[in-house]
Design a protein around this ligand. Structure first.
Ligand code: 5AD
Length: 336
């Protein structure tokens, strides 16, 4: 395959996307990662951006078959952080030199509009950082109010472009409605993030190709894709974990296809491989997430099992991650 030609062309065919996703031979995979890196360098830069994550509530009204936070999972302890706790965690992140903060929760209808507005406003008073919300599908009124309070970005994933699979794993919800919400967020003026799940049961390679095509159509500012990880106490608990190479190939193919968007190396990559986030960076990603959810809450945000970061000190793991990234020849712009 001629990888060089991908640097300058925007429109890859379905069969080209398929060949990239399914690469298995080491030599080809090296070329894939090399090309993804070249494109990231050409359209963005060498820099790895850091994003500090605060999981403010694990209460969820949805019953998604794959997710550990699903409503019918009675095995987890539910929590909701109070506004002051969220704000002081955000200050801790800012004081470490990180200028992107992701505020995330389940689809929690007990989260009130003003509680989020107050948090956003207070953080923005403290420092002019970028605030990313990921609070599920909410009303247009709420999206608008939070934008006015100072939120910059909103992350709402479509999870899969296969509408039958979407309805099945989201217990009757419709993909069309999710896509409409995603497009509304863009209209309201958010920097838009979206993404999919890779390797979920019954997902085909064609589904992943269509995920890429839908991404091109949505034209988001940033991408957050997670490998599927079986979560205990869910109907998918005994399914297979996502294939590592398929996940990395998806990230690199997304970089080659979408060119200049931010692509996140999610903490979930660490669940498919030790130092998985760094691997993600080798396959086209340019943003890393670091979890700052304070104890005692952190262990209860069990979307999927990820013991690796339950008990680590965020400040220590941040500096070791930063060092590993810099040793791999990438620049970072955080203080510690
Ligand atoms: N494996 C990987 N990612 C998951 N998510 C939920 N459950 C899982 C899982 N088992 C991701 C979804 C969702 C977010 C809450 O976490 O992409 O958007």
């Amino acid at each position: 395959m001629d990888f060089d030609c991908f640097i300058n062309i925007d429109n890859l065919s379905k069969s080209e996307l398929k060949s990239l996703l399914l690469l298995k031979v080491e030599e080809d995979i090296n070329k894939l990662s090399f090309t993804a890196n070249q494109i990231r360098d050409k359209f963005l830069s060498n820099e790895v951006k850091f994003c500090g994550m605060i999981e403010i509530s694990n209460i969820c009204d949805c019953d998604c078959l794959y997710c550990g936070l699903r409503k019918s999972n009675n095995e987890i302890t539910r929590y909701k952080m109070n506004a002051e706790e969220v704000i002081s965690t955000a200050r801790q992140i800012i004081n470490l030199g990180i200028n992107k903060i992701l505020i995330q929760s389940g689809d929690d209808s007990t989260i009130e509009k003003d509680y989020i507005s107050y948090i956003i406003y207070s953080i923005k008073q403290y420092a002019d950082v970028s605030i990313i919300l990921s609070l599920g599908e909410r009303s247009i009124k709420e999206y608008e109010a939070w934008k006015i309070s100072g939120a910059d970005s909103y992350l709402l994933k479509f999870e899969t472009s296969n509408s039958d699979l979407y309805s099945k794993i989201h217990t009757g919800y419709a993909l069309a409605k999710r896509i409409e919400s995603i497009k509304n967020l863009k209209k309201i003026g958010y920097r838009l993030g979206t993404g999919n799940l890779i390797g979920i049961k019954e997902q085909t390679t064609d589904d992943l190709i269509n995920d890429l095509i839908i991404l091109k159509d949505i034209n988001p500012d940033f991408l957050v894709c997670s490998p599927f990880i079986p979560a205990p106490n869910t109907p998918f608990a005994s399914d297979l974990i996502a294939n590592k190479q398929l996940t990395l190939n998806f990230l690199a193919t997304a970089r080659i296809f979408l060119k200049n968007i931010d692509i996140t190396a999610t903490t979930s990559l660490d669940s498919i491989e030790k130092n998985g986030r760094e691997l993600g960076l080798e396959f086209g990603a340019n943003v890393v997430m670091q979890n700052f959810t304070p104890n005692p809450y952190r262990k209860h945000y069990q979307v999927y099992p990820s013991e690796r970061h339950y008990f680590t000190n965020p400040i220590e793991s941040l500096s070791s991650l930063k060092l590993r990234i810099e040793n791999a020849g990438r620049r970072t712009f955080i203080k510690n």
